[in-house]
Design a protein around this ligand. Structure first.
Ligand code: IPE
Ligand code: IPE
Ligand code: MG
Length: 240
């Protein structure tokens, strides 16, 4: 992803840490997967809200490299949910000409989820009205580590001098070099940390934290976050 100087009141790229599904379910005496299912509804709502507000890129943290430590049945449930989401919502991606993409160690996903993901990504690859980017088995440090390895190989092969390594070159080796950096990062559920999300790309993003749990986060909450963003003054190091 590349640095973007957003001049508009509407962020071009919003990144979301969709957190709080487990707590939402627990409050209702339900298993965690119940919360994840409700969370998928929020994702649908926010994707529509992006279209309505003119947000072009939406990146959502769906599963981190750290989330593999969760109980097997929860991980399995999440992978099934991913497949269901892709099947159920593919038509909406077509209707709105939204391209689906993914970042993360996609090869770590179970074959059935990976196959469905690859199929929908392929089927929507020619769209560019909107972009939905799913972070799956994603870790910011892993992304940077993979980039460093690729660059080191180029140096070793004699194709690159160490002095030629600059920020732009590093950014070109990240997962989606053509996607602008997020302008706004939203995290739900009251936690105020990055949890290894887009460490490089979020350098200059505006951060928005809300106590609302992800399954409760719908169009109105998203609109509120956009209003908050429109009041921010992004200086990128320039004087106020
Ligand atoms: C976010 O909700 C979804 C994933 C991490 C997959 P959580 O499952 O982390 O919900 P809490 O934080 O336990 O409430
Ligand atoms: C971050 O949430 C990952 C996703 C939302 C997919 P977590 O719930 O896993 O983060 P921590 O463990 O609270 O930092
Ligand atoms: Mg959580």
């Amino acid at each position: 992803m590349t640095a973007s100087a957003a001049t508009s009141d509407i962020p071009r790229h919003v990144a979301i840490i969709m957190d709080g599904n487990g707590r939402w379910a627990r409050k209702r005496g339900q298993p965690r997967i119940f919360g994840h299912r409700a969370g998928a509804e929020s994702l649908r709502a926010v994707l529509r809200a992006c279209r309505d507000h003119g947000v072009t890129y939406l990146t959502v943290y769906a599963f981190s490299t750290e989330n593999w430590v969760r109980p097997q049945d929860e991980v399995r449930g999440l992978m099934t949910l991913l497949r269901t989401f892709l099947k159920k919502d593919e038509h909406e991606l077509h209707e709105n000409q939204v391209r689906l993409r993914a970042i993360g160690r996609i090869d770590d996903l179970p074959q059935s989820a990976r196959a469905e993901l690859t199929r929908v990504m392929e089927a929507t690859r020619h769209y560019d009205k909107g972009h939905l980017i799913l972070a799956l088995s994603y870790g910011g440090r892993t992304e940077i580590t993979d980039a460093v390895r690729a660059i080191a190989r180029n140096v070793q092969a004699g194709d690159l001098e160490p002095d030629q390594i600059d920020e732009a070159l590093i950014a070109r080796h990240l997962y989606l070099p053509d996607v602008p950096d997020p302008d706004l990062m939203i995290r739900t559920s009251g936690e105020q940390r990055l949890s290894n999300f887009l460490l490089w790309e979020l350098s200059y993003a505006e951060l928005y934290f809300t106590d609302t749990l992800w399954p409760d986060f719908r169009e109105a909450h998203f609109a509120e976050a956009l209003t908050d963003y429109s009041r921010r003054c992004r200086r990128f190091g320039a004087p106020s």
